[in-house]
Design a protein around this ligand. Structure first.
Ligand code: UDX
Ligand code: ADP
Length: 461
């Protein structure tokens, strides 16, 4: 009989920890869940009475937080207390790509994970099940176990890997109705304790148990396969532009083959998000560390193609605008890495903007959910130019018509639904002539825009 879990602590109140634990709290009202984070501002935002101020925007999330918060869902900065009281601890802290030292730009930086492990070991006075939720390189569980066992107070730790497969923008839907839940581990009772939690709303046949390493590697592999599909179709989009084929028609034609399937075949300005690039870099790094260079090169190409696609999009803007964007106003519609999220990590928009700014373009940005502060932080992080220069060249506005007025060109970087419904005739009226649209998401209606008089360019057409 597996131990019944009464209290859960989740370390890390970000895009993974926040939505995941909110849904667990909703589905398991008898379990008390405390999400902790050392970032005080983030916890204050999760506790804000005004649900518009939650730090993560996801459709349906505010309603769930409203239902569970204060009942069996709590947000706190008291990490030690939550660890001490919990039977099960989820680690959902960030694991960015290393920016220093060995493996710089490739390997995952595990310092936040290690700090968590040390803190758990120092505080725990009773047995704990520790669950890896963050995406981690294969065999991280071994490192976790070593730290816990060697620095702990003699209590037992069981480690499980339970990678999160939710996609941002559909997090709540994905959590409520997952394709599968994956649990890797060595201790049958610990595995069963976590299975019992998910089984409250996920059909048992969709709960998969494996050994630890298979679980860890499956997460990296799933993201690598998904990203590979996007890079594959993006590579074909370039060929379409040269040959007169239309990439949407090609996607549809191949996607109807049930062996290929229709999903993740949408050509775009390039994939972004906190996972795809990071996880592939991780895979490449692990392969190289075992001297598997053919494997590493194979997956590396998925990233190279993605970089090429972003670059190519920016280049096309410059070439079309008579080989110079210097001093020209370019309006960006969208900054988030996909619609229905305020997350901008690795968004293609950041790299396209950086490239155009290096050509002295003046960019005005409108995104319905991303703050000006976030946009400037994203650009400053690249360190291409001074922060003052970024602020001189980039303006962030809260009205799309202000963004596009007097612009030489519009670039669509995110597929927000609202862009489709704009008054495009008015936008055309207020722009410079000739008026160009570069649609990095194949979102808008070519016939309608050409009728109004736009010069419309879309990826893969
Ligand atoms: C991804 C995985 O889907 C998810 O399972 C994992 O847990 C985390 O990483 P996420 O990054 O949130 O999720 O979004 P996803 O929908 O996968 O999109 C990633 C990027 O690929 C986005 O920039 C998106 O615009 C782009 N994309 C996706 C395409 O360009 N074309 C497609 O056909 C699909
Ligand atoms: P993800 O997309 O993986 O959820 P985020 O960056 O959105 O990543 O969230 C991770 C959160 O983890 C951040 O809010 C960060 O402050 C928090 N965090 C990192 N290390 C620790 C730690 N040792 N203790 C508590 N919180 C931590």
């Amino acid at each position: 009989m597996a131990k019944k879990i009464e209290k859960i602590c989740c370390i890390g109140a970000g895009y993974v920890g926040g939505p995941t634990m909110s849904v667990v709290a909703k589905q398991c009202p008898e379990i008390e869940i405390t999400i902790v984070d050392m970032n005080e501002a983030r916890i204050a935002a999760w506790n804000d009475c005004d649900l518009n101020n939650l730090p993560v925007y996801e459709p349906g999330l505010a309603e769930i937080v409203a239902e569970a918060r204060g009942r069996n869902l709590f947000f706190s900065t008291d990490v030690d207390k939550a660890i001490a009281e919990a039977d099960m601890i989820f680690i959902s802290v960030n694991t960015p790509t290393k920016t220093y030292g060995k493996g710089k730009g490739m390997a995952a930086d595990l310092k936040f994970i290690e700090l968590c492990a040390r803190q758990i070991a120092a505080v725990a006075k009773t047995d704990k099940i520790v669950v890896e939720k963050s995406t981690l390189p294969v065999r991280t569980a071994a490192a976790l176990k070593s730290i816990l066992d060697n620095t702990g107070n003699g209590v037992n730790f069981h480690i499980l890997s339970n990678p999160e497969f939710l996609a941002e923008g559909t997090a709540v839907e994905d959590l409520l109705n997952p394709d599968r839940v994956l649990i890797g581990g060595e201790n049958a009772e610990a595995i069963q304790a976590l299975v019992d939690i998910y089984a409250q709303w996920v059909p048992e046949e969709r709960i998969l148990t494996t050994n630890l390493w298979s679980s860890e590697l499956s997460k990296l592999t799933a993201n690598a396969f998904l990203a590979q599909r996007v890079s594959s179709i993006n590579s074909i989009s370039e060929l379409c532009e040269k040959t007169g084929a239309n990439v949407d028609e090609v996607s549809k034609a191949i996607g109807l083959d049930s062996r290929i399937g229709p999903k993740f075949l949408k050509a775009s300005v390039g994939f972004g998000g906190s996972c795809f690039q990071k996880d592939i870099l991780n895979l490449v790094y692990i392969a190289r560390s075992y001297n598997l260079h053919a494997v590493a090169d194979y997956w590396d190409q998925v990233i190279l193609m993605n970089d090429h696609q972003k670059h190519r999009f920016a280049d096309n803007i410059i070439q079309t605008l008579y080989n110079t964007v210097s001093g020209k106003k370019i309006a960006f519609l969208g900054w988030a890495f996909k619609k229905d999220t305020n997350d901008t990590r690795e968004s293609a928009a950041i790299y396209v903007a950086d490239y155009l700014l290096s050509e002295e373009a003046e960019i005005t940005i409108y995104d319905p959910k991303v703050s000006a502060e976030r946009i400037y932080a994203d650009l400053d992080y690249l360190n291409t130019r001074s922060s003052a220069e970024n602020r001189r060249l980039v303006r962030v506005v809260s009205d799309p018509y202000e963004a596009t007025s007097e612009a030489h060109a519009i670039a669509v970087l995110t597929e927000w639904d609202e862009f489709k419904g704009y008054d495009w005739a008015r936008i055309k009226q207020e722009m410079k002539r000739p008026s160009f649209i570069f649609d990095g998401r194949k979102l808008l209606n070519r016939a309608q825009l050409e009728e109004i008089g736009f010069n419309y360019y879309a990826i893969g057409e």
